[in-house]
Write a protein that binds this ligand. Sequence first.
Ligand code: ADP
Ligand code: MG
Length: 249
Amino acid sequence: MVSLQHITKVFNKGEINEVRALDDIHLTINEGEFLIIIGANGSGKSTLLNIIQGAEKPTEGNIKINNVDITEIAEYQRSKWVARVFQNPNNGTAPDLTILENFRLAALRSQQKSLTIGLSTSFKKRVQENIAALEMGLENKINQLMGSLSGGQRQALTLLMSMMDHSEIILMDEPTAALDPKSSQLVLNLADKINRINGKTLILITHHLKDALQYGNRLIQMKAGSIALDLNTQEKRQLTLPKILDLFT
Ligand code: ADP
Ligand code: MG
């Protein structure tokens, strides 16, 4: 469970370009939730994710995961709780390393075990099995360089890495923005599966309202640093495309 209390983020405080990106946010995200975040540009969506991840510190307020106050915990120490998939498929993976080496790196990052982790044949097998389930034909290409793959393939693999590591919460900030429709669908279907089958908590920011309708079991709309709307599973089910379009006008 993630809980944000009184979270405020002010950039350039006291200066002429001061921005109140988040304004006294209260939000509890339960375990196993698949939360969709929509909202206009500049409404604070990415800042919210940055604060959960630890890439930004709140100006005020605190954040807890499973009742542990992590407000002061650095980003690199939060990986046991949170993983992140970025908008740009180049972020989060090393293009000059092979697929398998990227999976090893991800495992090392999140598990803080000995350097031998990920060198075993069982690890390799587990990676291959997981990649095979993607049905992209990549399971026999694990020694290929990550940089040689398409954006969609890389996003799907990044998501798979966060699924295999032990972090409970996966943050996705417009992960399909750079992808073609087919790859987008593949990545979001994978996210959905990871939520339903592995029970991971997912937070997805999207500009694609159709995706916002189709995926997730809770939806919030951000407006000028506040949560303007918070729909639970039942309420979200009643949502239609015209209704969701209305929210933006
Ligand atoms: P969204 O993701 O919804 O488009 P952001 O969270 O990126 O919105 O930004 C919210 C507001 O905070 C915007 O006005 C943006 O310009 C501002 N902002 C975001 N990051 C910074 C930063 N590092 N420095 C100054 N202002 C920022
Ligand atoms: Mg953003």
